[in-house]
Ligand binder design. Sequence first.
Ligand SMILES: C[S@@+](CC[C@H](N)C(=O)[O-])C[C@H]1O[C@@H](n2cnc3c(N)ncnc32)[C@H](O)[C@@H]1O
Length: 249
Amino acid sequence: MVEPDQPSTARMIDFWLGGEHHFPVDVAAARDFEQAYGPCEPVFRELRAFLGRAVRAMAARGVDSFLVFGAGVPTMGNVHEVAPDATVLYTDVDPVTIRLGQRLLAGSDRAGYGYGDATDIGTVDRAQLHRFVPGWGRRPVGVVFLGLAAFLDDETLARTLDELYEATVPGSLLAVDFDTEELAGFPAALAMMGPAFRMRPPAAFVPLLGRWTPTGDGIVPIARWRPDGPPAQVPDAFHGGVAVHSPAC
Ligand SMILES: C[S@@+](CC[C@H](N)C(=O)[O-])C[C@H]1O[C@@H](n2cnc3c(N)ncnc32)[C@H](O)[C@@H]1O
């Protein structure tokens, strides 16, 4: 595969998780970021563990197909690995990451990877959607929206989540997270995230969920979302949870 000349946050996360699906440009960016912020491996290990807990909880509620937006690299405890009986369509907008994902999942009959701009569901390939998320629009599905809110302004995020609500049926579940104001204390690291990067105080995020209703677990620091044991001691960089497409009546 041709090496990209720009790093991707998704492939930097793969590096921090100890994966093998990133390029020298991603490693260089990850090291620069750690110079400005500090160790990232524990933070992203916990973020991936949260994904696992959220997806397992969704599967336990009967969801057996997942549509993943801003998916990044589909390894290291990703959706199809923690819900092996489910079908999964991973999507992203970064062409290099998509090709990497397609190569990783080649030969899988339960998980696929394609282009999908979260802000326009119509960009997801219909054939892939029907193959890997067969209940889409007819029965409850899982939508995974992790690591993405930071790249969308409030208006776009609220509209996108509302369109996902409209496109799914009652009983569908949404795994979602957002970046807190942790990086405000690390201006050099924040600058590396670019001008479009959005941090949010918790009170500003929940209204953006619109009609999606958080489960009783709430939208909380990810380490405290249904921890398997004592919560991991990590910086309070991400909050998240699972929200339900509530029945209309
Ligand atoms: C921080 S990474 C998160 C990757 C993965 N979800 C995780 O948690 O490890 C953000 C990902 O969102 C993707 N992305 C950014 N804007 C997007 C959009 N509008 N629609 C879909 N994906 C997007 C990026 O290409 C990148 O792969």
